[in-house]
Design a protein around this ligand. Structure first.
Ligand code: DER
Length: 224
């Protein structure tokens, strides 16, 4: 369908920036899955890269395609990362975490010299916040974090999957917090960073080098 065609187009555009010897950060989600599959083809054709993954599922896909996976905890930098987003603005602020991998995704983005986000046309927004802000919560802080979110104006819902509370790859919970449209995402990000037990949130501010959006058969890039 049109959205999948856009995701593939954006993915193909992003991997043009990957070169021999790169350590590549792999994101998570349906758009990034297209990019990992495209990278697998280039590796099979001789591209020499290593990679670090933001989720078990992305790691398993990459390994199945012959991409060598490194231990993220040993890396002092990543040359280029490719990931998706749930929302982005033309100032390159993002909401991420729809796929539940935001903690490792944020580690990868923080380590990346070049952090590329790929999206279909549906992700561009004027103002962040139509999508809820996912936060990764240490289980023993669940009630405390939920109360702090309410104080910040965020009504949180514990994320479930097939009726069961979702447990992330890191053994934590996710709360999806509805702050409504966010006037000052930098301020909210700072406030969220102060909450003990809130391990990561889906506001990615100042972490992105480029957004590659596919709109129909066109590519639109947004640069820092
Ligand atoms: O969870 C994430 O941050 C994903 O990158 C998500 O935001 C985008 O997923 P999609 O490519 O399946 O829309």
């Amino acid at each position: 369908n049109q959205q999948d065609a856009e995701k593939l187009l954006a993915a193909k555009e992003a991997i043009k920036f990957v070169k021999d010897g790169d350590v590549v950060g792999l994101g998570t989600g349906t758009t990034t899955t297209f990019a990992i599959k495209e990278l697998g083809k280039k590796v099979a054709a001789g591209l020499k890269i290593t990679a670090a993954s933001s989720s078990v599922r992305s790691e398993e896909l990459a390994k199945s395609l012959g991409i060598q996976i490194l231990d993220l905890g040993t890396l002092s930098s990543i040359d280029i990362s490719i990931d998706g987003a749930d929302e982005f603005t033309d100032t390159l602020n993002l909401i991420k975490g729809g796929g539940g991998a935001l903690f490792r995704e944020k580690i990868i983005a923080s380590l990346s010299k070049n952090s590329i986000i790929i999206t279909d046309a549906s992700k561009q927004v004027e103002k962040l916040g139509a999508f809820t802000v996912p936060v990764e919560v240490f289980p023993l802080a669940l009630r405390y974090v939920a109360d702090q979110l309410i104080k910040l104006g965020g009504k949180g819902i514990l994320r479930k999957k097939e009726g069961e509370v979702l447990i992330t790859d890191n053994g934590n919970y996710i709360i999806d917090a509805d702050f409504g449209l966010i006037d000052d995402p930098e301020k909210l990000a700072t406030d969220l960073n102060q909450i003990t037990g809130l391990l990561a949130h889906g506001l990615f501010i100042g972490l992105t080098s480029k957004v590659i959006m596919a709109k129909g058969s066109e590519i639109v890039s947004f640069d820092k």
